[in-house]
Design a protein around this ligand. Structure first.
Ligand code: CP3
Length: 335
């Protein structure tokens, strides 16, 4: 087992869930009646409270700081609106000439995240995960402005049409993400995850050439400080072959790929995290238990596995089922 989950002494995998802070938690939904998402995220004490909620209410083995990958564009001077349909940038970069000149670095916009980390670190009982979006995913939102059209067609067109502008934007986003990640490390996070939710929107070779080097840079900056990195390239498919120890310590596997196939594709010295289908948690508990049981053999052969879903927990998932899933994993050593 990875040393970072040192709080677990028995022979079972650590378990946490992407998007565990928010969404399915009844206490979070209650808070949301009084505060907007932005208020919760930008008020350090509230963000720290929400970060720790899944530890108390679900029993997960790690907390992830309550923030969003879109703090990076905000700290590059882009205004963001959090609507009922998700995030929206009123001035997307696809409508601006020389977008890299338009961005203004404002590192003070990250301060609330560091303050929230300080509060959590003082009170935490489990490992704390920091994160950022990978540059491709972050740029998709910055260029297109909204995520309402699947697969970010405007952003993708931009990548092909304006290669050198894309390169410049990538450098800007990569540099600020490195500073942001290193500050999270200074404030005491124990693990860092890079979310590449849109890895699957470009061909694998294009990803390898254009976008993976930025991920490697962020990852190695964090790893040089002794903090392990999880890289979650959703939709990358056979591109999992590109994931070597030069890129990260742990590969987050999406729900589409079988964990056994992923084990064949990812370099043997990189641990795996994942990858139960988030929709599994809508199933009757008997089915959830049976599915968790199938991974027992995988764990026996891969003791550094981190149990998680293959994407974020879905908003309407029954809370009791989420809790039950966590318990099933945590009972691996007792059955
Ligand atoms: O994992 C956690 O619980 C920690 C907090 C976290 C949030 N967003 C909080 C959030 C993390 C790690 C993220 C990452 C994130 N944000 C990603 C990558 C992971 C993924 O799911 O693919 C992406 C693409 C975003 C951008 C984003 N933020 C979108 C598209 C949306 C709207 C749709 C949605 O997911 O709810 C958000 C809003 C958001 N980010 C919420 C939360 C709790 C919902 C806010 C609310 O209404 O309460």
């Amino acid at each position: 087992m990875l040393k970072i989950f040192g709080n677990i002494t028995s022979n079972r995998p650590p378990v946490w869930l992407m998007r565990q802070a928010g969404r399915v938690l009844p206490r979070y939904r209650k808070l949301r009646e009084n505060y907007s998402f932005r208020e919760l995220m930008e008020t350090p004490q509230l963000a720290a409270d929400v970060t720790l909620m899944p530890v108390d209410d679900l029993g997960v083995d790690a907390a992830i700081i309550f923030s969003d990958i879109l703090t990076v564009p905000t700290a590059l001077g882009m205004d963001i609106e959090w609507t009922d349909h998700g995030p929206k940038f009123p001035q997307p970069l696809c409508g601006i000439n020389n977008p890299s000149k338009f961005l203004k670095i404002q590192p003070e916009k990250f301060e609330h995240v560091y303050k929230a980390i300080d509060i959590v670190v003082k009170n935490k009982k489990v490992s704390l995960i920091g994160f950022c979006g990978a540059p491709l995913t972050t740029l998709c939102y910055m260029i297109q402005g909204v995520s309402s059209k699947q697969n970010f067609p405007e952003a993708k067109k931009f990548f092909y049409e304006k290669r050198s502008e894309t390169q410049q934007l990538l450098e800007i986003v990569t540099e600020i993400s490195i500073d942001y990640a290193l500050k999270q490390v200074e404030h005491g996070i124990n693990i860092f995850q890079i979310f590449e939710s849109n890895a699957g929107i470009v061909p694998t070779n294009f990803y390898d050439e254009m976008f993976l080097p930025s991920v490697t840079k962020i990852s190695n900056a964090v790893r040089s400080k002794g903090v392990p990195v999880i890289f979650f390239p959703k939709g990358i498919g056979c591109g999992l072959r590109m994931i070597t120890p030069e890129v990260c310590d742990v590969a987050g596997i999406d729900w589409q790929t079988s964990i056994w196939d992923a084990r064949q594709l990812v370099h043997k010295d990189v641990a795996l995290q994942g990858n139960f289908d988030p929709h599994l948690l809508f199933a009757p508990q008997k089915i959830i238990a049976a599915e968790v049981e199938k991974y027992r053999k995988f764990f026996a052969e891969n003791p550094d596995w981190i149990a998680n879903l293959g994407h974020g927990v879905l908003a309407e998932t029954p809370f009791e089922n989420v809790k039950y899933f966590i318990q099933c994993i945590q009972q691996y050593d007792t059955i």
